[in-house]
Design a protein around this ligand. Structure first.
Ligand code: DX5
Ligand code: ZN
Length: 232
């Protein structure tokens, strides 16, 4: 049974550790540790070496990881032909699938394919893409993902100039009385989370700031949640 992102609460911040910063030699253990640490969602970055200049994981890895965690799997497709890969990732265990509006497939078709595959759907904008590019699809979207770094690599510096875009998207969601989650990804830590949270984000992807934190995973997740205004 899929755990769609649309079924998660949107009245408190949700923390989504990105396994890109985890130890790839023991990913299953890392996932279990993130779950123990209080993570709400697991964020899985899929890169194809074409849409972005890096290559990460494919469906076989997601399928193996599925056995190591009960948390919802939020699969972020940074790939050129998302339509072709929706079904393989859904079959491998994705609960939620996000694709980029800049990818070359028709978003309406990708949304349809994600729905047919039984997952919730997300649309993502790179830093250079304005909020207006995704407003047309807001009603079909369970979660909008605003990149706060250039997609491709973990450990980059948070781009503060993305804050107005987060605000614009949150304002549209409020205006149309939608339940859409707003997720941010890139350079999110206990400091920057305050800014994105005030701007209207409620789902915080955090790679480096969780998996490489001196506080340990539990301490890191708790601190990010607290600074996002969530319950202790
Ligand atoms: C970047 C990825 C991010 C990345 C974030 O393209 O989409 O999910 O893992 O990493 P940090 O949190 O280290 O910036
Ligand atoms: Zn990501």
């Amino acid at each position: 049974m899929k755990r769609k992102i649309s079924s998660l609460p949107n009245d408190r911040p949700l923390i989504a550790p990105s396994i890109l910063a985890a130890n790839f030699a023991k990913l299953g253990d890392e996932l279990a540790a993130a779950e123990d640490a209080g993570a709400d969602i697991v964020h899985l970055d899929v890169m194809d070496g074409h849409f972005v200049p890096n290559i990460t994981i494919g469906p076989p890895v997601v399928s193996s990881l599925r056995k190591c965690s009960n948390l919802p799997f939020d699969v972020h497709l940074m790939i050129s032909n998302p339509l072709k890969y929706v079904r393989p990732f859904a079959d491998a265990g994705a609960d939620h699938i996000t694709f980029h509006v800049e990818a070359d497939d028709d978003p309406d078709q990708v949304f349809e394919e994600i729905a047919l595959a039984g997952c919730s759907a997300g649309i993502c904008v790179k830093p250079a893409t304005p909020a207006e590019e995704i407003i047309h699809w807001l009603r079909k979207t369970d979660m909008v993902l605003v990149m706060t770094v250039e997609p491709g690599f973990g450990g980059q510096k948070f781009m503060g100039d993305m804050l107005p875009k987060i605000r614009t998207i949150r304002d549209y969601i409020l205006k149309y009385k939608l339940r859409t989650h707003v997720e941010v990804d890139g350079g999110i830590d206990a400091g920057t989370v305050k800014q994105v949270s005030s701007a209207g984000a409620n789902v915080m992807v955090a790679g480096t700031s969780v998996f490489r934190s001196p506080l340990g995973y539990k301490g890191a997740v708790a601190k990010i949640r607290e600074n996002a205004g969530g319950p202790a």
